[in-house]
Design a protein around this ligand. Structure first.
Ligand code: AHR
Length: 528
């Protein structure tokens, strides 16, 4: 039998409408939030960042030099500083990464013209002018209002070199190194919030065994100190030991076992772990632009492993340290995609899409749920490298979707975690199962309740009904981050493709109601 086109098309359209309707109709999620059940503090340091001397992360991305035509303050880009100030970045880890274990700090102090050019053999073997050194990093910290997290060189350095670096930075007494700092224009000692003792010492940091690293850790922790009198009783610097970058727990076991029997002469405060989202494993191969639903699903599935990764390490730490004295420090995390075509593969350049923003919110929510142990985290990295906040090209700058997630989460810094009882639902497709929604709640110091909802479903909105007890809320307002496609990105030509926009929400009789768009991150504030 033959159908005439004119008769067939309306029937097909009707059928398609009937079939499509249930799939695009909103789903429902019920959240139950009891504010009286508040939990751990969501440490602001969970929103830290990582700025390694790698590719155009520091040079060009942050540092352009005082003679640049790009507007700058003492060589540091004004546009980047302004953007970062809005994120209230709590701490920045520098100078690496793998670079840290080959960095010799003395080459980066004093008059710029006298600093030697060296090779950055960790990242592409490019010439490093050393113009961005310790005093420039500290200036950058002061300009964006953040705390320094320095990684000392264990791999190719010595305890003496690291100890002298800390003395240069933090000594108040008139030692030769403090005087040298003053001669370089900085009479007052700097504050250093965190000190990493090596980086990935099981690999690029010297390929050490756990036992060998523990013996190094004891020596560095004993002899490398912060001398700033202002950090002696309050705001003490935290010493961070190297932990694993793999799910196995033998390394954590060895370090924590040693810690359990430490004496007065050495100690540390945090154990670093690194976990990147690499959906296809190594070498990385997922595209950061022009991908579809398959890559979206696979990447989000892969990133959710962070929860299990942390649980495994925490189980070992809990055995040796049930009081949770030692923080778990996730000082490298984020998605690692294939390098953008046409870029230097050693510079780790990738675009940043709505998918990556959703991924960032999922990880931040995981960290918040582990807030009793996870107290520091640093996304990799800050500018132009991996899952960056900011991309630059000469004088141009664009803020990424991940930047906006960090901005929307600022109210969660130091807020108190409030547990949410909810059924996340499921999304099944091609053998991959994802939760449909994720959510986080916290109460800030002023008493406001903040709720974040991530809708992972790229096709369907979700109607949220949240019952709030333990707090009478009067009004709600918020914003949402979404875009036309999961691979939408902000570019220099179109910088506003993925930016937050206001969302409407109502509160009545202790219930919050709103609809969250497909593939979105939404943050709502509720006024008591
Ligand atoms: O962030 C890039 C690199 O990833 C870091 O230098 C290293 O620590 C990790 O392997």
């Amino acid at each position: 039998m033959k159908f005439s086109n004119s008769r067939f098309i309306p029937h097909v359209s009707l059928l398609m409408l009937i079939i499509a309707a249930p799939f695009s109709a909103a789903q429902n999620a019920h959240l139950s939030i009891d504010v009286s059940k508040a939990g751990a503090k969501i440490d602001r340091n969970l929103f830290g960042q990582f700025a390694e001397n790698l590719g155009h992360g520091l040079y060009e991305g942050i540092w352009v030099g005082p003679d640049s035509s790009i507007p700058n303050t003492r060589g540091i880009r004004n546009d980047v500083v302004t953007a970062l100030k809005s994120l209230k970045v709590p701490n920045v880890r520098w100078p690496g990464g793998c670079f840290a274990d080959q960095y010799h700090w003395r080459k980066g102090i004093g008059p710029a013209a006298q600093r030697p050019a060296t090779l950055n053999s960790a990242w592409g073997g490019v010439v490093d002018t050393n113009s961005f050194g310790t005093d420039e990093f500290m200036d950058f910290m002061q300009q964006i209002g953040s705390q320094p997290y320095v990684s000392v060189n264990v791999g190719s350095g010595t305890p003496q070199e690291a100890s002298e670096w800390l003395e240069y930075m933090t000594a108040a007494a008139p030692t030769a190194l403090a005087k040298e700092r003053a001669a370089n224009g900085h009479p007052d000692p700097y504050k250093v919030g965190f000190m990493g003792i090596g980086n990935e010492s099981w690999s690029c940091g010297g390929d050490m065994t756990a036992d060998y690293y523990v013996s190094q850790l004891k020596i560095y922790s004993r002899f490398v100190d912060n001398l700033n009198p202002a950090q002696k009783s309050a705001n003490q610097m935290l010493k961070i030991a190297v932990g694993p970058g793999f799910p196995e727990t033998d390394w954590t076991e060895a370090v924590m076992k040693a810690w359990k029997s430490h004496d007065w002469s050495w100690n540390f405060d945090g154990l670093s772990v690194h976990w990147y989202t690499t959906p296809n494993g190594w070498p990385v191969s997922t595209p950061s632009v022009g991908f579809g639903r398959d890559d979206y699903d696979k990447t989000l599935k892969s990133t959710l492993f962070m929860d299990e990764f942390l649980r495994k390490q925490e189980a070992v730490m809990d055995r040796y340290d049930p009081e949770k004295k030692i923080a778990l420090v996730v000082d490298e995390w984020g998605v690692w995609h294939a390098p953008l075509p046409g870029t230097n593969k050693d510079f780790l350049v990738q675009q940043n899409s709505l998918r990556d923003a959703i991924l960032a919110s999922l990880n931040l929510n995981i960290f918040a749920r582990h807030a009793d142990r996870v107290r520091v985290a640093n996304i990799a990295q800050m500018v132009n490298v991996l899952q960056a906040m900011i991309l630059t090209d000469k004088e141009k700058m664009v803020l990424t979707p991940t930047y906006y997630v960090f901005k929307m989460y600022v109210p969660f810094q130091d807020a108190t975690f409030v547990p949410i009882d909810f059924d996340p639902g499921t999304l099944h497709r091609d053998g991959i199962t994802l939760p449909r929604v994720d959510a986080l709640a916290a109460r800030d110091a002023s008493g406001k309740l903040w709720i974040e909802i991530t809708n992972l479903d790229p096709e369907r909105p979700v109607d949220i009904d949240a019952q709030i007890t333990g707090l009478t809320v009067k009004s709600a307002k918020g914003e949402t981050l979404t875009a036309s496609a999961v691979d939408s990105v902000n570019t220099f030509a179109a910088p506003n493709a993925v930016v937050p926009k206001p969302v409407s929400a109502t509160v009545k009789d202790g219930r919050l109601a709103l609809t969250v768009e497909p593939k979105s991150v939404t943050v709502i504030s509720l006024e008591p």
